[in-house]
Design a protein around this ligand. Structure first.
Ligand code: AMP
Ligand code: ZN
Length: 473
C-alpha cells in the first residue's frame, strides 16, 4: 500500500517491521462528552485503513486507548481536566462519566460500522506502566522533577519538532496559547509526565507514585499503552491532525527516549471536519452527534458514505445539504443492488480484475472515493448479477456501508409492492429522477414524473429511510 506519512511529509510504500503483521495504534476518545461527527470522521477513516490493511492480507493488531484521566483542557498541560469538567457538568463521578461516554462512543461506532479495535485500554488501568516509563525517563536523564511535577526535558533531544516544516516559533504558539508559562519548566516545550501539584486540588483520581500522590500527563498514556500492547516497534500511528502537535510530537519524544530506538516510522493523520464556523469542536457548545443525525432521520451509514466520498487528507466541510446529496447517492446505490439476483455462477476471473482495480485505487493513499467509483463500475460492468453481488460483498469488507443489508430490506419491501422486477426497476428509476428534479427545483419535471407514477397506480410515501412505494391497482 502507498500511504502518506506525516513523518517526512510524503507518500511512500507502507512497510512493516515484521512481514505481514501490522501493529497499529489509534488515539482514542477523551470520554467526557459525546463524540461529535468530526471526531467520528477520524475514526471512520482509521477504520477504513484498518480494514483495507486486513483486506490486502495483513494481520493487524489494532490498539486504542480511552482517555479517562489526565487530559487537561489545554494541550499545554494547563487548564482544568476535561474529565473533571464533564463530571462537574453532570454532577457525577469521573468514573461514572468515563463509563457512560465510553459506552456512548462504542454505540456510535457500531452504528457507523466501525470495528472495535483488538485492544481497547482505559488509561486508568495502566498506571503502573506509566510510572515505570517515567521512572526510566528520569534514570536516563530525559526527565526532571520541579515544583512537585515530573517534566520531560525536550532540550535533551537532537530533534524535537519531528513533523512538518513549521518554524519553532509557529509551533510554540500552540504551547503558549492563552496560558501563563509554567515557571518550573526548563524549556518552553517541556511537558508534564506526572502531576502531583495540580492547580485543581479537587482532582478526583490520584495514585501513589515515587513522586507523590498524583496523576499522569496526557501524552504518557498513548506511549505506554501502545508499547505494552503493540510492542516496541509500532508500524502505524493514527489520529486527527490536531494530535500531531503537541500530542504525537511528545509521544515520539518520550517513547524514543525510553526505548532508545526509533519507535514508529509511519504516521497517519486525518484532516478535520469543519462546520460553517471552522473546525468542529466540543468547546463551541452545540455540536453534531450521531444521535442528532438520527433524530433528523439520517441513517448513520449515510454519514459514513459522506466521509468515504472525500479524501482523508483534505478538510471536509459538513452541511446538511451535502449530507442530503449523500442520502441520494446512498439510496441509489442500495436500490441498484436490490435489483441484483443472487443466481448463476460467479465469474471469478472477471471478478479478480475488479478486485485488483479496487485494491489499486484504495491502496493509493486510502483513496476511498475512488474505491466507491470502483463499486459503481462493478454495477455497470458486463458481468452477471452473481459476480456483481460477489464484488459488492468483497468491497464491503472495507467500505462497510451496510449495502447488502439495506438492499435486502428494499428487496423484501419490493416483494410487497405488487410490481414485477422489471416494473420495480423502472419505478425506482422514476422515483430517483423525481428526487433529483425536486432537488434541482425543477418542479415541472417532478410533476410530470409524479403524474406518470400515478398513472401506473404507484403510491409514494416519504419515510425517514427514503421514499417507499407500492402499486395499488
Ligand atoms: P478527543 O476525544 O478530543 O481526544 O478526540 C478524538 C479524536 O478526534 C482525535 O483523534 C482528534 O484528533 C479527532 N478530532 C477532533 N476534532 C476533530 C474534527 N473536527 N475533525 C476530525 N477529527 C477530529
Ligand atoms: Zn494519543
Amino acid at each position: 500500500m502507498i500511504l502518506y506519512n506525516t513523518l517526512g511529509q510524503k507518500k511512500q510504500e507502507f512497510v512493516t517491521h515484521e512481514a505481514g503483521k501490522v501493529n497499529m495504534y489509534t488515539c482514542g476518545p477523551t470520554v467526557y462528552h459525546y463524540a461529535h461527527i468530526g471526531n467520528l470522521r477520524t475514526y471512520i477513516m482509521e477504520d477504513a485503513l484498518d480494514k483495507f490493511l486486513r483486506y490486502i492480507g495483513y494481520d493487524v493488531n489494532r490498539v486504542m486507548n480511552i482517555t479517562d484521566v489526565g487530559h487537561l483542557a489545554s494541550d499545554a498541560d494547563t487548564g482544568e481536566d476535561k474529565m473533571l469538567k464533564g463530571a462537574k457538568r453532570e454532577k457525577k463521578t469521573v468514573l461514572e462519566i468515563a463509563d457512560f461516554y465510553t459506552k456512548a462512543f462504542f454505540e456510535d461506532c457500531k452504528k457507523l460500522n466501525i470495528r472495535t479495535p483488538d485492544v481497547v485500554m482505559p488509561a486508568t488501568q495502566c498506571i503502573p506502566e506509566f510510572i515505570e516509563m517515567v521512572t526510566v525517563l528520569l534514570e536516563k536523564g530525559y526527565a526532571y522533577e520541579a515544583g512537585g511535577n515530573v517534566y520531560f526535558d525536550t532540550s535533551k533531544l537532537d530533534k524535537y519538532y519531528v513533523f512538518g516544516n513549521q518554524t519553532e516559533e509557529d509551533l510554540a504558539v500552540g504551547v503558549r496559547d492563552s496560558v501563563e508559562e509554567d515557571e518550573h519548566k526548563r524549556n518552553k516545550t517541556d511537558f508534564v509526565l506526572w502531576f502531583t501539584k495540580s492547580k485543581f486540588e479537587d482532582q478526583e483520581l490520584k495514585w501513589d507514585s515515587p513522586w507523590g500522590n498524583g496523576y499522569p500527563g496526557w501524552h504518557i498514556e498513548c506511549s505506554a499503552i501502545s508499547i505494552k500492547h503493540g510492542g516496541e516497534y509500532l508500524d502505524l500511528h493514527c489520529g486527527g491532525v490536531d494530535n500531531a502537535f503537541p500530542h504525537h510530537t511528545n509521544e515520539i519524544a518520550q517513547s524514543e527516549a525510553y526505548l532508545g530506538h526509533q519507535w514508529c516510522p509511519h504516521w497517519f493523520h486525518v484532516l478535520h471536519l469543519l462546520d460553517s464556523t471552522g473546525k468542529m469542536s466540543k468547546s463551541k457548545g452545540e455540536f453534531l452527534t450521531v444521535s442528532l443525525l438520527e433524530s433528523k432521520g439520517y441513517d448513520p451509514l449515510v454519514y459514513r458514505m459522506f466521509c468515504l466520498q472525500s479524501h482523508y487528507r483534505k478538510p471536509l466541510t459538513f452541511t446538511f445539504e451535502s449530507l442530503d446529496n449523500a442520502v441520494v447517492a446512498y439510496n441509489k446505490l442500495v436500490s441498484r443492488i436490490a435489483t441484483l439476483k443472487d443466481e448463476g455462477e460467479v465469474d471469478t476471473e472477471k471478478a479478480q480484475e475488479y478486485i485488483d482495480k479496487f485494491k489499486e485505487a484504495v491502496g493509493n493513499d486510502l483513496n476511498t472515493s475512488l474505491g466507491l467509483t470502483c463499486l459503481y463500475d462493478v454495477l455497470k460492468a458486463p458481468v452477471n448479477d452473481a459476480t456483481k453481488l460477489y464484488l459488492v460483498r468483497d468491497f464491503e469488507q472495507v467500505l462497510s456501508l451496510g449495502l447488502i443489508e439495506a438492499a435486502k430490506k428494499i428487496a423484501d419491501a419490493q416483494a410487497d409492492t405488487g410490481a414485477s422486477d422489471e416494473e420495480a426497476q423502472e419505478i425506482e428509476a422514476l422515483i430517483a429522477q423525481r428526487t433529483e428534479a425536486r432537488k434541482a427545483k425543477d418542479w415541472a419535471t417532478a410533476d410530470r414524473i409524479r403524474d406518470e407514477l400515478n398513472a401506473r397506480g404507484v403510491v409514494l410515501e416519504d419515510t425517514p429511510q427514503g421514499i417507499k412505494w407500492k402499486i395499488v391497482r
